[in-house]
Design a protein around this ligand. Sequence first.
Ligand code: G3H
Ligand code: 13P
Ligand code: ZN
Length: 313
Amino acid sequence: MPLVTTTDMFKKAYEGGYAIGAFNVNNMEIVQAITEAAGELNSPIILQVSAGARKYANHTYLVKLVEAALIENPQIPIALHLDHGADFEICKSCVDGGFTSVMIDASKFPFQENIEITKKVVEYAHDHGVVVEAELGKLAGIEDDVKVKAEDSSYTQPEEVEEFVDKTGVDSLAIAIGTSHGAFKFKPGTKPQLRFDILHEIEKKIPGFPIVLHGASSVPQEYVKIINENGGALKDAIGVPEDQLREAARSAVCKINIDSDLRLGLTAGIRQVMNEHPDYFDPRQYLTVGRANVKAVVAHKIKDVLGSEGKAL
Ligand code: G3H
Ligand code: 13P
Ligand code: ZN
């Protein structure tokens, strides 16, 4: 089947109490790993491309790799999404360049400006049959301790979401409830805890509307260990506990973004092979193991965290 938008995926996910995995793609091995796992498990999937990925791999190469994945996995719905579009121009470029979904991330701007920028992208994208994700609130970084009241401004304010959704016409909304990007999400010794109270308030304000969770890697400690045992130095890498992601997936959260866990799996595989076989210099020898790890990560998320296994049937 051709690339799809996320509209139908999100409607079914919302009603069915599960979430769709949105995994970042940067090269052929990652595209293959994600779509093979999703294909074998009959799961709908979102492949997302950041500005950095476009710079690294080139827009056309990424689109063509995804087209190859469609041919290899004709039975599952696949959406191609721009991750964290910084302005109208990059969103337009992806709409024009074959994506079925774009994110405009104007969350760093004041509320009214975020509305104006998002609205402009929505108008252009919708005219071209493409859906739009926007963001309200700012994701916490590792320094943002949820216990500090002054930093509550980082979280999405539930009283703003209805006006934002109404005025922009956006199709899904990324919110900040305590997740953060990267492999160092929480201070060591603190208990990671997402703000489900904020999520539930938001759900009540915009019932039926799909919510997106960024920064949702769980940072598998087995891969951190392999990396560190094979020459790496990832100190205090901590992610979102998977039971909290499971809880989010059962709620209005319909899209869960995962990138860091793929990077950890790939890096662990490469480091392990290179360390154990200093004589290897064929990229296929270490990329095969890295790719298998990425596939295992995605399969685990689909089966044990997101609940999207079999939902393509
Ligand atoms: O949200 C960020 C994603 O992990 C993409 O990261 O901009 O380094 O490609 P990137
Ligand atoms: P992680 O860094 O937690 O994988 O988050 C990825 C993400 O949100 C991409 O938009
Ligand atoms: Zn993100």
